[in-house]
Write a protein that binds this ligand. Structure first.
Ligand SMILES: Cc1cc2nc3c(=O)[nH]c(=O)nc-3n(C[C@H](O)[C@H](O)[C@H](O)COP(=O)(O)OP(=O)(O)OC[C@H]3O[C@@H](n4cnc5c(N)ncnc54)[C@H](O)[C@@H]3O)c2cc1C
Length: 478
């Protein structure tokens, strides 16, 4: 039985603000909307909320905090560098201006950060690391508790499929498939799309992503199917930086989905032919793109017991761990084992390691120009301490760069650049903030910061926007 009918639609339920997706962006949106006094419903397609956010490392890029006092101007410069000076820069400004306040708000909601890390493109350790159970799981758990305290209605296993509009084009609700079939949910004020990316939708990746991107093993939440993008396109929303496509990240074990980066402590990467194919000290994004062009996309890390020990002593290994390893007392035996398991040319592998050991001694790598272990840090080291180890990996991905175009209020824009009334978006469903690059820790960061803004503005919808607030975005210089 519908609750009531209007606009020719049978409504099953209604709230001021409907949020679609229960990851970091959706949870923060729903919390802030209810804090503003709005009634809220959050629809989540899966059995549990959390999405990619829950699976993530939990690093959040923030500035002007008690852990990292570096200021917003410095972070803005680093973000611009990470985005290759090619992004909707206005969104970076919003990000840095909201970072310190978001840190305090997360603390209020129970998220304790215990340290901060410096990754590529960072002049300071901007990436804040949560304590508690750690990773994105800690952030999601705190936000979920905060949402439940505010009596947010969370409806699980209910997948939003299309946005509903009135005769003027205003988004007034959503049709969603759940256990009771297809039902319509009405939004008195606005809908917030927070349904994540589309790393698990090969068809969309082939359509929009960079060629080869569909070969990456997704490590993302099961709901990363691009529903939000499709729903946005269904109401003529514009997109931004979609052509950047899946952003490959770490080499992963295709069976278990785990990731490992022993190469940054001295391992080499070889292909099925037993040959190196990249400079192992490069940023993992480049390594993964190189891996996608190898036979069966195999990128095998080969190392010895001394390198293994150093990796396990490194804090990053406690986050990533080690993928299932093959080990053998000699390089020849390791080559044979790899040959039996996945057809690797074991003899070529032995020759490759021997040649690499010569390069490590001379400090010159004529094949791939490796001079350090990672970036410009750490001297090359030989692989000659038995026993020897290998992990068989493929390129993996944790997120998608492009998506729906939004302004600084997180209103979704149409192809003419006008805001679609009643529609907001935040998180990986959007594109433009990261532009053509990314900074580690700013994906979760943007889901949180922009989710928060989307939720507040959605709760405030239907008031007149001042000229200043209308949120025109700067066109990127390309
Ligand atoms: C292994 C891993 C490690 C990572 N580490 C980091 C890190 O340390 N720092 C960082 O910045 N980024 C990291 N990322 C990327 C980051 O986690 C994501 O980009 C970010 O969390 C996306 O947040 P979101 O809220 O937009 O999407 P999600 O967290 O994916 O949430 C979207 C939610 O919407 C639901 N949904 C989808 N479709 C529908 C629908 N039709 N109806 C209703 N619900 C729907 C999904 O099931 C999901 O729960 C990592 C990602 C992974 C996978």
């Amino acid at each position: 039985m519908p609750l009531y009918s209007s606009d020719g639609i049978d409504w099953h339920a209604e709230a001021d603000v409907l949020v679609l997706g229960g990851g970091a962006a959706g949870l923060f949106a729903v919390i802030e909307a209810s804090e503003m006094g709005a009634s809220t419903i959050l629809l989540e397609s899966e059995l549990a909320i959390g999405g990619s956010s829950r699976l993530s490392g939990g690093y959040v890029v923030l500035c002007e905090t008690e852990l990292e006092p570096g200021n917003r101007r410095e972070l803005l410069e680093d973000l611009d560098d990470a985005h290759h000076h090619d992004s909707h820069f206005e969104l970076s400004r919003v990000y840095v201006d909201s970072a310190a306040d978001t840190y305090l708000r997360l603390k209020e909601l129970g998220v304790e950060f215990v340290g901060s890390m410096q990754f590529a493109h960072m002049n300071r350790p901007w990436a804040h690391e949560p304590g508690g159970i750690g990773g994105g799981a800690e952030i999601v758990a705190c936000l979920e508790r905060a949402a439940l305290r505010r009596e947010v209605e969370i409806v699980l296993t209910t997948r939003a499929v299309s946005l509903l509009q009135d005769g003027t084009g205003r988004v007034i609700g959503v049709a969603a498939d759940g256990p009771a079939g297809r039902l319509n949910y009405r939004a008195r004020k606005a809908v917030v799309l927070a349904s994540g990316g589309f790393t698990r939708n090969p068809e969309l990746i082939r359509q929009y992503g960079r060629p080869g991107a569909d070969k990456f093993v997704p490590l993302t939440g099961k709901g990363s199917l691009g529903d939000g993008l499709k729903m946005g396109l269904g109401v003529a929303a514009a997109t931004s930086y979609l052509e950047i496509g899946v952003a490959p990240t770490v080499p992963v074990d295709p069976e278990m989905g785990g990731a490992t980066l022993v190469n940054y402590k001295g391992a080499i990467l070889v292909n099925k032919e037993g040959r190196r194919f990249c400079r192992e000290s490069d940023v993992y994004l480049e390594l993964s793109w190189a891996g996608v062009h190898q036979t069966q996309e195999l990128m095998i890390q080969v190392y010895d017991s001394a390198i293994r020990k150093d990796y396990l002593d490194w804090h990053l290994s406690s986050l990533l761990g080690l993928c299932p390893e093959l080990s053998a007392p000699t390089l020849e035996a390791l080559g044979t084992l790899l040959g039996e398991r996945c057809g690797v040319d074991g003899r070529a592998l032995v020759a490759t390691v021997n040649a690499y050991n010569q390069y490590a001694m001379s400090g010159k790598d004529p094949d791939h120009g490796r001079t350090h272990l990672v970036g410009t840090a750490g001297d090359l080291r030989k692989i000659d301490n038995a026993p020897f180890f290998a992990v068989v990996l493929k390129p993996g991905t944790t997120h998608f760069n492009g998506g729906l175009r939004v302004n600084r209020n997180m209103q979704v824009l149409d192809v003419a650049g006008d805001a679609i009334p009643g529609l907001y978006a935040a998180g990986e469903v959007t594109g433009g903030f990261h532009g053509s690059g990314y900074m580690s820790g700013s994906f979760l960061g943007s889901a949180l910061i922009f989710g928060r803004i989307a939720g507040k503005n959605a709760a405030d919808e239907r008031r007149a926007w001042s000229e200043d607030e209308k949120g025109a975005i700067e066109t990127p210089a390309v």
